[in-house]
Design a protein around this ligand. Structure first.
Ligand code: ATP
Length: 307
């Protein structure tokens, strides 16, 4: 749980699709201002939650409040102060970035011509697209398109930004540029970033939640969560053919191929011996520990059923 006062509160929210998939299962979250990471694997329910927060999808039950706004009842109130970058969005390929942004600024209701020009210029500069403003959007790289999406989402200086899986498919340089842009936004508004990439959260977010199969496994301050795991994570290289023996004996939280070798991380409250070395836990250890139920929502359940 985060101790800072929440700016966005989600209570007991559920959503089941007509095909019977329960995408969100009684979710509650307290989200403070700044950068907030929603971390989870494919199919966890992130996009469903983001679309509901962005007021384009209805939950079956639950409430959301943003400051004094009852989000589900006063959708237009929230929309005035909302920026949303969806996971996938279409753009007009044959139009230049500058021209299309002008159109969106008009749609947002900025009537004065000079104010429009200033807004467009400021947004293109902020998103580092000023030099390519005359280029057609069809020729933009994935990262440039994402930054254009941010420019659109930023029109009207939103207080709440919803950003759904923005770094998937970006090359490393574009990813860094994009994350830097987001962290600047986090200084003035609440930014909720959904991602399956642990590094997006560790590099950027002061608060986070881990979601899987429609459930929140834990809410945490990343630095504290890593600290709490200190002394509990151990690693060693194993022969792949012996992996199942280790699985029987230890609480393996992750198995990775590293330079052709199989490296396992285990959770153990005591020194396991057996050539294991202590690990300084990172956010990936936190994520896999929560996903495996050794910490977070299912930690106690798991301990009770263990011999
Ligand atoms: N319109 C829909 N109709 C039926 N099932 C859906 C629909 N949208 C999503 N789902 C299902 O709901 C679950 C959650 O999907 P969601 O897209 O919210 O997850 P996600 O965490 O964003 O995953 P991804 O990163 O793969 O987009 C998945 O099992 C998905 O197949």
């Amino acid at each position: 749980m985060t101790s800072v006062k929440p700016i966005l509160k989600i209570d007991n929210m559920s959503k089941t699709y007509p095909n019977g998939v329960r995408a969100l299962d009684n979710i509650s979250l307290n989200i403070p201002a700044g950068m907030y990471g929603l971390l989870g694997p494919n199919g966890a329910g992130k996009s469903t939650l983001m679309r509901i927060l962005a007021t384009i999808q209805e939950p079956d039950s639950g409430t959301i409040s943003f400051q004094d706004v009852d989000v589900l009842k006063e959708k237009n109130e929230l929309r005035k102060t909302l920026g949303y970058l969806p996971q996938a969005f279409g753009i007009y390929k044959k139009v230049s970035a500058e021209k299309l942004l002008h159109h969106f600024v008009i749609l947002k209701g900025i009537e004065s011509k000079s104010e429009r020009r200033e807004t467009v210029e400021a947004l293109l500069k902020q998103t580092n697209l000023w030099d390519v403003r005359k280029q057609k959007l069809g020729g933009f790289s994935g990262g440039m398109k994402q930054r254009f999406g941010v420019a659109v989402a930023l029109i009207g200086t939103p207080k709440l930004m919803i950003v759904d899986e923005p770094t998937a498919g970006l090359d490393p340089a574009e990813r860094v540029r994009f994350l830097n842009l987001l962290s600047e936004l986090g200084e003035n508004s609440a930014v909720i970033l959904s991602t399956h990439i642990v590094e997006d959260v560790s590099e950027l977010c002061t608060n986070m939640a881990i979601i899987n199969k429609g459930e929140i496994l834990m809410e945490a301050v990343p630095l504290k969560a890593m600290e709490n795991l200190r002394g509990l994570i151990w690693r060693r290289t194993v022969d792949k053919t012996h992996l199942s023996d280790y699985e029987l004996k230890y609480e393996i939280i992750s198995t990775k191929l590293l330079a052709g070798q199989t490296v396992i991380h285990i959770y153990s409250e005591e020194n396991p011996g057996d050539d294991f070395k202590p690990v300084e836990p990172d956010l990936e250890d936190v994520y896999f520990s929560a996903m495996n139920g050794v910490i977070g929502k299912y930690a106690n359940v798991r301990k009770e059923v263990k011999p």
